[in-house]
Design a protein around this ligand. Structure first.
Ligand code: LLP
Length: 427
């Protein structure tokens, strides 16, 4: 579905617009987001799961009002995890009953706002929060639909998962020691809550479905325990997000319909084994929808060859617009996009303009040997967790997000200005 290609001069075009023109019009660095591709991916997820399951886009990957409108139009739901994300969702017209509210430390004000707005579900993350949300809902004369987030002792990342000893982290209520069962027991007793299901999120950038198998097995085990004890079959389970995308050519992600089929089969099989009616499934992909839809375009500045090592190529952004390389050792690719070149490739490290040697965008990549200041280079797959994790480190201004569709480009999040920075500085 991606509408990115090269014209006859070797310059990249998105939705028919040359990247050189986008850079001229909107400046660099900039995130260029292919709206057509975003909508297609959102739609692919929705249709893959059909009408018997719900897809909640995880707003933490990237959220703006335009994105909320696209999701609404494509029939997706939205997962938010802060008051700010909730405000963005509501202000762009996402119906509250299609919003799920997450977080391990939601404030009382955030909870009240969410309950008052009528969010479709709040995902409860602790024993204290069970009581807190019940009280707030009751004081507002509401019965809030909730899921209880449990930790199943599975952690998955990319091609591996580990099925034990991952309870030592801040999210959810451990299944171990009967704690999750106890949480459900308590929640069922509170008038302010309607317990609709169990939630589990096992990790991120996952390709291997076996982590989900173990998670589903354990979640269904809990549903069975609840049924046996209370005679109640909770109607929903949420398997979280975390499905991987291709950052480099080594990654081989699955299509939404394969994922939907696998997850549905796993849950159905487990429920048959436990003699439970299959609950309604929901999932929360963030990265898998928005990640591949955007790239960052940078202008090349200083080029510094280090003999026998590699050439350092500095760009006009860096760790403030993509912290993932520095933070997670994430891998990205990069290519020259403003022209073609037949020059011998040289080993480069693409670095930013920040005062830190860890300010690396692409650790090792080949770029043409005739690369020169003023060339434009692009780093693909920066749609998820780049703008949403951007900072003002060194008082660098956060780049805009430019959406391209049908041969037209428009700014959906504008570039920060020095006035924006100074406005906050009231000392
Ligand atoms: N649901 C829950 C409860 C989550 O915690 C997350 C991600 C998602 C859904 C969406 O996961 P996704 O499908 O986007 O992988 N900043 C990191 C990723 C942190 C993910 C946190 N939770 C990164 O840049 O890789």
């Amino acid at each position: 579905a991606q509408t990115v290609s090269r014209d006859e001069d070797g310059a990249l075009t998105v939705g028919g617009i040359p990247v050189t023109r986008l850079a001229e019009e909107f400046g660099t660095p900039a995130y260029i987001l292919d709206e057509t591709d975003f909508r297609a991916r959102a739609q692919a997820w929705r249709t893959a799961f059909g009408n018997d399951a719900d897809v909640f886009y995880a707003g933490k990957a990237f959220l703006s009002r335009a994105v909320v409108r696209w999701l609404h139009e494509e029939g997706l739901n939205l997962d938010v995890c802060s008051g700010g994300e909730l405000a963005t969702a509501l202000s762009a017209g996402m119906p509250a009953d299609r919003i799920a509210f997450h977080g391990n430390n939601k404030s009382v004000a955030e909870i009240r706002r969410a309950v008052e707005a009528g969010v479709g579900r709040i995902v409860l993350d602790s024993f204290q929060e069970i009581v807190r949300v019940a009280h707030i809902a009751q004081s507002l004369g509401r019965r809030q639909r909730v899921q209880i987030r449990i930790t199943v002792g599975v952690e998955a990342h990319t091609h591996e998962f580990i099925a034990t000893a991952h309870e030592d982290q801040k999210f959810g209520i451990p299944l171990a020691g009967g704690q999750a069962a106890e949480a459900v027991r308590r929640a069922l007793q509170l008038d302010g809550l309607e317990v609709i299901g169990i939630h589990s999120h096992i990790g991120s950038q996952i390709f291997d479905m076996s982590g989900f198998e173990v998670a589903a097995h354990r979640v269904v085990g809990l549903l069975k325990e609840i049924r046996d004890e209370h005679g109640i079959e909770l109607p929903e389970i949420d398997l979280g997000g975390g499905l991987g995308i291709a950052y480099t050519s080594d990654d081989d992600p699955r299509e939404p319909h394969e994922i939907a089929k696998a997850l549905t089969e796993i849950v159905t099989r487990e429920c048959e084994g436990a003699r439970l009616a299959t609950p309604r499934i929901s999932v929360e992909p963030g990265r898998a929808i928005v990640g591949p839809t955007a790239f960052t375009v940078y202008e090349v500045g200083t080029i510094k060859p280090l003999d026998g090592l590699r050439t350092y190529v500095s760009v006009d952004g860096g760790m403030s617009d993509n912290i993932r390389t520095a933070l997670y050792d994430a891998e990205y690719s990069v290519s020259l996009v403003s022209r073609s070149s037949d020059a011998e490739p040289m080993l480069c490290r693409v670095v930013g303009k920040h005062c830190e040697s860890g300010d690396i965008v692409v650790r090792d990549a080949f770029l043409p040997g005739d690369l020169a200041p003023g060339d434009l280079i692009a780093v693909p797959a920066t749609g998820a967790y780049c703008r949403s994790m951007a900072s003002n480190y060194n008082h660098v201004l956060r780049p805009p997000v430019v959406a391209v569709a049908d041969g037209e480009a428009r700014v959906i999040v504008r570039r920060e200005t020095e006035d924006d920075l100074l406005r906050l500085d009231v000392g």
